[in-house]
Every structure is written in structure tokens, then in C-alpha cells.
Ligand binder design. Structure first.
Ligand code: PLP
Length: 437
């Protein structure tokens, strides 16, 4: 039996009991449950890097505003489906201040997290055109968005962007778009799981092709501001969060409160639809939505049918947070920068012990340090590495469930406490000792 930080036989037994045929293919929640079992049986705490939960307290101005709203009685009242005016106008200001784009308040629509924004948009876009019935994912990506497609029987295609950075992205994207079946392109930026960030050149390529082929770009900004290589924290001053919206008016942005404001529990995001699209008319929508107006179809068709709007008090929370960011009284970047510092130190521990960063560059630049990073180990597939690391008290998810063609794992820094760093170091050293190559 090999000497491992978590007793070998306990881990083996718990993996067997879990009934999971391949740990690497398990969902994030399944991995979480297995680790809980191993922790209970071994009495040892894992370095948990599998789930992307914020590791910081919720922004206080939001909590205060939400409590105040509840005290004022909003819990009893259905919120307006379009969202409360304060939130809509602060989001329009936020877009100007931190993205340098102009959007009217009317096309900023709150949703129950970006998760619902995705569902509502995919549900609507499925009916946008007769001839275009497919979403194109620029992978790797957030697995649930594909699950949403499968649940509603919507078609999608995908490719791993690793080999198609820079100018190569143009031909690759065009090879899909010229077939004429794609209605929208989806990606997150910074990217979950790989933490790549598209360069301005790549965003321009995506926008040019979206304009040429009349497809919508759905840009998921779940990790707003977290490309810490540039500090976007001053409202109304460059640099800004990079966005495709600078280069096309065929866009929908998802701006979530979950990670930037550590407000995941209240499930609130805002989808920002370009004015042109929001006011746009698409005859094919009429059959399913009773209207050909895209803005109306999304809000009064999809969002209404799904949840009749978004929790009232949480909207006051996000309105207050955005106002504080816009007024310059709250610097959200300073707070979440802790993820950058942790990623920097953790990545170093992995690479010191023979691991390599799988997605490592944005064109010529090294990747930013942030919420996630990717790691591989020579001789291991991602699925094998995930299972092997369990014996060392380290958990992550395999890139294989994210549409990535690369072998490796996604590690999330948020839940790892700094007081676990010494443990992580010792465990990785042990891993290296047991896997000399
Ligand atoms: C890329 C991406 N999109 C969307 C979400 C979900 O965001 P929300 O909490 O706003 O539903 C996540 C959460 O991990 C994510 O990583």
C-alpha cells in the first residue's frame, strides 16, 4: 500500500462506495459529496478546489439595503418583471463606468442569477430565426449552460479554443458561422474554467463575424473585473473590463452579483441586451411568444414564464452595490483581488512540484491570476489526476466535463483558506515524491 496523506484504503473504499464509474466524469456536486464522505471517514480536511463558491463575505452595502427593503415590506409584493428602476438605472451607469458602453436602463433586466439569464436567453434564441437553430459555445465552458440546452432540446456545437487563439480564431469561427445554422456564440470572459481572457484583437474578431453573419454574442461576465492584469476599479476611467460590446451591437451580457460582489446566495444577475437587439423585431418569435419584439419576448415571455421576475429585496441589494461602485465609494476590485494573491501562491506550489499550467497564455501574455487556474501532471489524464489527488487530500474538477480537449484539472482558489497552504505544500511534495518521472 502506498503512503499517502489520506489513508489509501479509506479513499479507495469511499470511491468504490460512491458507485461513480469514473470520478473525472462526475458532476461538481457529485465530487463534492464524495469528498465530504472521505473527510468524514478519515477525519482529515481536504484542500477543496472543486466548487466555484465565493470565499469572501457578501458586500455589506448590499446586505444593509436588502434588510432595509425587507423592513419596508417588499417581501409581500411581486417585483416588476422588468426589474426595479433603481437597479436598471444603476446597471446602465455601471456599464458606462466599467465597460465604457452606452445602454439604456430599459435593456438591463435582472434575472435569478446568470443561470436564469442563460436559460431565458437560450429559450428565446431557439425561436429567433427559422433557419438558425444552434448555439455555438467557445469552449472550455460552464457545463450547466450545455445542460440547459439538453434539458430544453436545444441544439449546440462547440470547440476548444486552445488551438485557435489570436488570428486563428477567425477561420475557426467562420467555419461554423458560414454553415448558416448558428444564432449565437457563447463564452465567459474571464473564462471558467481555463481563466483565459480574450484579447481586444480576439474580441474584435468575434464581433466582426457576429456582424457579418448576423449572430448574437452572449458574453458571460461572471468574473467581472477579475483579469487583474489591468485595474478597472476607477469608475469612468480607462482601463475598462474588456467586452465584445465595444465592437458590435449584437450582444447580450450577463453581469452576475455572485462572484464580483460575493452575493451568490441571493441569486441575482442582470442581463444587458444591446439597444438594437432589445428593440429588434424577429418575425419567427411570433409563433411562440405572441410578439416579434426580442426585448418583449425575453422579459414578458421567457423571464415571466420561468420565475415572474427576480426576488424583490435582492434587487435593492444589487442596486445599492452598483450605486456604491458607480459613486466610487466602494472599490469592489480591491476586495476580490485576494483571489489573485491566492492563485499566485497556489499555482507556484503546484508548479514547484512538477505540475504544469494547462491553459497558460493569452496570445503572448501569461494568464492572469484569479478565481481559477488549470493544472496537469505528466503521464496523467485529467480524470486520472483527479482521482489520484484524492489520496493526497486535494480536490478539483476534471477539464473533461467542460468541453476542453486538454488533459488536466480546474482548481478554484476561493474556498482554500490560507491556513491550509502549509498542508497543500506538504501534500504536493508527497505527490511528487510518489510520482517521480
Ligand atoms: C461562467 C459562469 N456563468 C454563470 C455562472 C452562474 O452565475 P450565477 O451565480 O449568477 O447564476 C457561473 C458560476 O459559477 C459561471 O462560472
Amino acid at each position: 500500500m502506498i503512503d499517502t496523506p489520506i489513508p489509501y484504503d479509506i479513499v479507495k473504499e469511499k470511491i468504490k462506495e460512491s458507485g461513480l464509474p469514473n470520478i473525472g466524469k462526475a458532476s461538481i456536486r457529485e465530487v463534492k459529496r464524495l469528498i465530504n464522505e472521505i473527510e468524514k471517514a478519515s477525519g482529515q480536511k481536504f484542500v477543496r478546489m472543486e466548487m466555484g463558491i465565493p470565499g469572501l463575505p457578501a458586500v455589506q452595502v448590499g446586505v444593509d439595503a436588502q434588510i432595509e427593503a425587507l423592513k419596508n415590506g417588499v417581501a409581500a409584493i411581486y417585483p416588476d418583471i422588468e426589474g426595479i428602476p433603481e437597479l436598471k438605472s444603476e446597471m446602465a451607469r455601471f456599464c458606462k463606468n466599467f465597460l465604457d458602453i452606452d445602454v439604456p436602463a430599459s435593456s438591463c433586466v435582472p434575472t435569478v442569477g446568470s443561470m436564469q439569464a442563460g436559460f431565458a436567453v437560450f429559450m428565446t434564441f431557439k425561436h429567433l430565426h427559422k433557419e438558425k437553430d444552434t448555439t455555438l459555445f467557445i469552449d472550455p465552458g460552464f457545463p450547466v449552460q450545455k445542460q440547459q440546452h439538453r434539458i430544453m432540446g436545444a441544439k449546440y456545437e462547440t470547440f476548444d479554443v486552445y488551438e485557435y487563439r489570436g488570428e486563428k480564431l477567425r477561420d475557426k469561427l467562420e467555419s461554423y458561422l458560414k454553415k448558416g445554422n448558428i444564432h449565437s456564440i457563447v463564452y465567459s470572459n474571464p473564462n471558467n474554467p481555463s481563466w483565459i481572457c480574450f484579447t481586444e484583437n480576439e474580441l474584435r474578431i468575434i464581433a466582426d463575424l457576429a456582424n457579418k453573419y448576423d449572430v448574437v454574442v452572449i458574453e458571460d461576465l461572471a468574473y467581472f473585473g477579475m483579469d487583474f492584469r489591468k485595474n478597472i476599479s476607477t469608475p469612468g476611467q480607462a482601463p475598462y473590463q474588456s467586452t465584445v460590446a465595444k465592437y458590435t451591437d449584437n450582444y447580450v451580457l450577463f453581469i452576475s452579483s455572485s462572484k464580483a460582489f460575493s452575493y451568490a446566495g441571493e441569486r441575482l444577475a442582470v442581463m444587458v441586451i444591446s439597444d438594437k437587439l432589445f428593440k429588434g423585431h424577429f418575425p419567427n418569435l411570433k409563433e411562440n411568444f405572441g410578439t416579434d419584439s426580442l426585448g418583449h419576448a425575453i422579459v414578458y415571455g421567457s423571464v415571466y414564464a420561468l420565475t415572474s421576475g427576480t426576488a424583490h429585496s435582492a434587487q435593492y441589494a444589487m442596486a445599492a452595490i452598483l450605486k456604491a461602485c458607480n459613486d466610487g465609494t466602494y472599490n469592489f476590485i480591491e476586495v476580490i483581488k485576494e483571489y489573485e494573491r491566492k492563485a499566485h501562491e497556489m499555482k507556484q506550489m503546484f508548479t514547484d512540484n512538477g505540475f504544469e499550467v494547462v491553459y497558460d497564455k493569452d496570445e503572448d501574455n501569461l494568464l492572469a491570476d484569479g478565481f481559477y487556474f488549470t493544472i496537469g501532471y505528466p503521464g496523467f489524464t485529467g480524470d486520472e489526476l483527479l482521482e489520484e489527488l484524492l489520496y493526497y487530500g486535494i480536490s478539483a474538477i476534471s477539464l473533461s466535463i467542460t468541453g476542453s480537449q486538454r488533459q488536466g484539472l480546474r482548481a478554484c482558489v476561493s474556498l482554500v483558506n490560507r491556513n491550509q497552504f502549509p498542508d497543500l505544500k506538504v501534500r504536493l511534495e508527497k505527490f511528487k515524491e510518489n510520482h517521480k518521472h
